[in-house]
Write a protein that binds this ligand. Structure first.
Ligand SMILES: Nc1nc(O)c(N)c(N[C@@H]2O[C@H](COP(=O)(O)O)[C@@H](O)[C@H]2O)n1
Length: 148
């Protein structure tokens, strides 16, 4: 049965990038994977630190999407790998949610976002669901590691 997630307060909310599962990555501490993802839009500029320290993941997303801050030129080419890196780190570090991810077995995982047709499935289910796909990739990596 397909596993849907979106709101951090609902079942499987830990799969959302907005869940408070912090980690160290690139020698810096990140409150959430959303903070990390949004800040990477501005590498080598002061906006990275500004977003890293955003009070909430919602603030980090708002700041990262605000085009008053110039987006790095290669963003479309690198964004999927940046998301992979952040999501893998999050589930490597936090044993409790790693177990939740592994407990989903081979089920399809879908970010049930009514507005996001890239990372989620969008309002009518036709979205790419890239975050769900990345979560399934990370699950596979962690499952293989757990068998070694
Ligand atoms: N909770 C939540 N609210 C939204 O408005 C969203 N769009 C999402 N989806 C997440 O947004 C992040 C990507 O943002 P960009 O638009 O590419 O900057 C990513 O974490 C999606 O999972 N979630």
């Amino acid at each position: 049965m397909t596993i849907y997630f979106y709101n951090t307060r609902e079942q499987y909310g830990c799969f959302s990038n907005f869940s408070y599962h912090g980690f160290e990555l690139d020698s810096l501490y990140w409150y959430t994977s959303e903070h990390y993802f949004q800040a990477q839009k501005f590498v080598e500029t002061p906006h990275l630190e500004e977003i890293r320290l955003a009070k909430t993941p919602k603030d980090a997303a708002r700041m990262g999407r605000d085009r008053k801050r110039p987006l790095r030129a290669d963003w479309e080419q690198v964004k999927d790998d940046i998301m992979r890196k952040a999501v893998l780190r999050k589930f490597e570090i936090h044993t409790d949610i790693r177990e939740i991810l592994l407990s989903t077995g081979d089920e399809e995982i879908v970010e049930n976002s009514p507005i996001d047709f890239y990372w989620g499935c969008g309002a009518n289910g036709s979205g790419k669901n890239m975050l769900g796909i990345i979560l399934m990739e990370v699950r596979e990596i962690l499952h293989e590691r757990s068998q070694q």
